[in-house]
Ligand binder design. Structure first.
Ligand code: BEZ
Ligand code: MG
Length: 566
C-alpha cells in the first residue's frame, strides 16, 4: 500500500470512528418520552433509563461510586469505544436485574464482573430507593390538599439526576439559600466547565477570548447550586469567600499563576428570576468584576482591566462606569420578548431581535465604588459597549428534561444576546453550550447542540411517538419544537438545511403521518407547515421548488379543513 493510500485509509477509519461515536451519543441520550401526567408514575423502561443516568455519577452523599466506573475497574476496561459499549450494556443488565430481582441479586450479578459487593452495594441501594420513590408520589393528594388550603410538606427543587433527593414528587418545592451559592461542588464543577469552554474556544481560534457574554438563569442555579455563578467566577479568576456564618458574602482574587488563564471580561445577562432569587449573588458578581478591574496586572493577563482602561481613556469616564457588566430587566420586569417577536413573525431585520434583547436587558445591577446601589439603572450605552467586545457567548444546559428546542427561552436569551453581539462587535460570536448530561463537562457549539437535539428529539420516532400518544397536545409539542428550532435560525443562523428537510419528510410528506397530525390537531399541523415556509422565505432553508409547492398544497388543504371547506 502506498503512503497516500495508507493516509487515506487511516483518515477514513478515523472518520468512521468519529461517526460511530456520534451515533452512540445520540442513541444513549436520555430524552423525555411523552408528557408527564399528574400522579402517574413513570413506566418501567423510562424508569430504567433514568436509573442508568443517576448511576452514571458518583454520589458522595451516599458514599456511592458511579456504576460505569465500578464495572470498568472490575473488568479492567478502558475508555476505548468497544469497552464503553461493553460497560454500557453491563450497566443496563445490572439495572434490569435490580428492577426484576432486587439489590442482592444485582450485587451478585456484579460480583461475576469482579466488582466487590462492598463497592456496588451503596449505589444499588440508592438506585433501589430511588426506584421505590418513583413508584409512588404525592402529586394528586397534594394538589387536593393545596386546593383545600392545607399544609404541604416541603421538598428540594432540583433536577432528578443532579439530586435524586427531590423524590417523592408532589411536595412543596423550595428553592435555595442564595448565600450558599456557589456550593463547594458547584465551584469545583465550575472550574472544569470554564476550562473546557476556554479550551474549546482556543482549539478553534488559537487564543483566549477576551470577552464573553454569559446567560444566567434562576432555575438552573437553583438546580446546580450555582454552577453558572461558579463558571463566571472562574472565568474572572475569583473564588467565593464565606463569613463566620458560612454565608458567601465576598470574593477573593485567584492569582494568575494558579488560575492558569487570563482573566476573561465577562458580560452577564441575568434573568428576572435570577435577579429576584439571587439578589446577594448579583451583588457578588458585580463586586467580582470591579475587584478584577482594579487589579494592577498586565493587559494580556487581565482583559477586564484592559477593556476598562481603554474605555476610561476613550470616553473620559471613571472606573465605576467602565466596569458595569451585570445586566437584567428593569425592576419588576421579566423576559426579553425576543421569543414573542419570533413566534408571531413580527420582525423584518434580524438585528431588531438583538436590539430588542438590549432594550429589555440593559438595566445595570450592583454597587459603585462608593457603595451606592445601581438598582436597575438603565444603562444602554454601557451594555452596548460591553457587548461590542464579546467574542463568545455561552449558556449552561442543566437538565435532560428541557433543552434548546423544548422551550423558546433558550433562543430568546442565548440567541438574543448573540444577535445583539453580532451587530455591536460587527462579528458573529462563537456560541457554546455545556452539557450537564455528559460526565466530562462537554462543551458543544450551538450548531452541534441543535443537530443533537433534532436527532435525539424532534426527528426521533421514540420522542415524537411518545408525544403523539397525548393527541392534540402532542402535535402542539412537535410544532413547538420546530418553531423553537426556527428561533435558532432567526437569532443565530444555526440550523442546517437538512433539519428542515427532514422535518418536512417526517411529518408532512409521509401521508399516514400527515393524516394523524390532521386528525389530532389541524391547527398545529398548519402552523408547522407555515413555519417551514417561513424558514424558506427568510432564507434559512434552501428547498427545491417542488418541495415548496407540496408544502403550499398541504398548507392550503389544512386551511380548507380549518375553515370547514373540505
Ligand atoms: C430562569 O430560571 O431564570 C428562567 C426560566 C425560564 C425562562 C427564563 C428564565
Ligand atoms: Mg442555513
Amino acid at each position: 500500500m502506498s503512503k497516500d493510500n495508507h493516509t487515506t485509509t487511516h483518515s477514513r477509519d478515523a472518520r468512521v470512528l468519529e461517526l460511530y461515536e456520534e451515533l452512540l451519543e445520540i442513541e444513549q441520550r436520555l430524552i423525555p418520552t411523552g408528557l408527564h401526567i399528574l400522579g402517574q408514575p413513570s413506566g418501567r423502561s423510562e424508569k430504567a433509563d433514568l436509573l442508568k443516568m443517576i448511576a452514571a455519577f458518583d454520589r458522595p452523599e451516599s458514599m456511592a461510586t458511579a456504576l460505569p466506573d465500578l464495572v470498568a475497574q472490575g473488568l479492567g476496561l478502558s475508555s476505548e469505544i468497544e469497552d464503553r459499549e461493553k460497560i454500557d450494556s453491563l450497566v443496563k443488565q445490572v439495572i434490569h436485574d435490580l428492577l426484576a430481582s432486587g439489590v442482592d441479586s444485582a450485587v451478585a450479578f456484579l460480583i461475576d464482573s469482579n466488582v466487590d459487593a462492598g463497592l456496588s452495594r451503596p449505589m444499588l441501594e440508592l438506585l433501589s430507593s430511588v426506584s421505590k420513590s418513583l413508584d409512588s408520589n404525592y402529586e394528586l393528594d397534594s394538589l387536593v390538599r393545596a386546593l383545600r388550603g392545607e399544609f404541604i410538606e416541603a421538598g428540594p427543587g432540583a433536577d432528578i439526576v443532579q439530586n435524586p433527593g427531590i423524590l417523592p414528587t408532589g411536595r412543596n418545592t423550595h428553592a435555595i439559600n442564595p448565600y450558599a451559592v456557589p456550593s463547594a461542588v458547584a465551584f469545583t464543577r465550575g472550574e472544569e466547565v470554564a476550562n473546557s469552554l476556554l479550551d474549546r474556544y482556543r482549539s478553534e481560534n488559537g487564543r483566549y477570548p477576551q470577552a464573553m457574554a454569559l446567560v444566567l438563569w434562576g432555575l438552573d442555579n437553583i438546580k446546580t447550586q450555582g454552577e453558572g455563578v461558579a463558571q463566571a467566577f472562574w472565568l474572572l479568576g475569583v473564588r467565593p469567600v464565606r463569613d463566620a456564618m458560612n454565608r458567601t458574602t465576598s470574593v477573593s482574587v485567584i492569582p494568575i499563576e494558579e488560575l492558569g488563564h487570563p482573566r476573561i471580561d465577562v458580560v452577564m445577562t441575568v434573568s428576572g428570576i435570577f435577579r429576584d432569587l439571587f439578589s446577594p449573588t448579583v451583588q457578588l458578581l458585580d463586586k467580582a468584576v470591579r475587584l478584577v478591574a482594579s487589579l494592577d496586572e498586565p493587559a494580556e493577563q487581565n482583559f477586564v482591566r484592559k477593556h476598562a482602561l481603554e474605555q476610561i481613556e476613550r470616553d473620559s469616564c471613571d472606573l465605576d462606569q467602565a466596569a458595569v457588566r451585570v445586566f437584567s430587566n428593569a425592576p419588576g420586569n421579566y423576559g426579553t420578548n425576543v421569543n414573542f417577536m419570533v413566534m408571531d413573525s413580527q420582525w423584518d431585520q434580524e438585528e431588531t431581535l438583538g436590539d430588542l434583547f438590549v432594550t429589555r436587558k440593559c438595566f445595570a445591577y450592583g454597587r459603585d465604588s462608593k457603595g451606592r446601589s445601581l438598582e436597575g439603572l438603565e444603562a444602554r450605552v454601557a451594555m452596548d459597549k460591553a457587548l461590542s467586545r464579546v467574542e463568545a457567548t455561552y449558556q449552561n444546559i442543566d437538565t435532560f428534561e428541557i433543552g434548546l428546542t423544548d422551550v423558546d427561552h433558550y433562543f430568546e436569551y442565548l440567541g438574543g444576546v448573540s444577535k445583539a453581539v453580532e451587530k455591536r462587535a460587527k462579528s458573529r460570536p462563537a456560541i457554546y453550550l455545556s452539557d450537564s448530561l455528559s460526565r466530562d463537562s462537554k462543551i458543544r457549539s450551538l450548531e452541534e447542540t441543535v443537530r443533537l437535539e433534532s436527532r435525539a428529539k424532534t426527528l426521533n420516532p421514540k420522542w415524537y411517538e411518545g408525544m403523539l400518544k397525548h393527541g392534540f397536545r402532542g402535535v402542539a409539542e412537535i410544532e413547538n419544537h420546530v418553531s423553537n428550532t426556527f428561533g435558532w435560525s432567526a437569532t443565530a443562523d444555526a440550523v442546517d438545511d437538512w433539519i428542515y428537510s427532514e422535518v418536512a419528510n417526517t411529518f408532512l410528506f409521509d401521508e399516514s403521518m400527515l393524516e394523524r397530525l390532521r386528525d389530532l390537531n389541524p391547527h398545529s399541523a398548519h402552523s408547522l407547515v407555515r413555519r417551514l415556509l417561513e424558514a424558506n422565505g427568510r432564507g434559512y432553508w434552501d428547498a427545491e421548488e417542488s418541495v415548496l409547492d407540496k408544502l403550499r398544497d398541504i398548507s392550503r388543504s389544512l386551511e380548507d379543513q380549518l375553515e370547514g371547506v373540505a
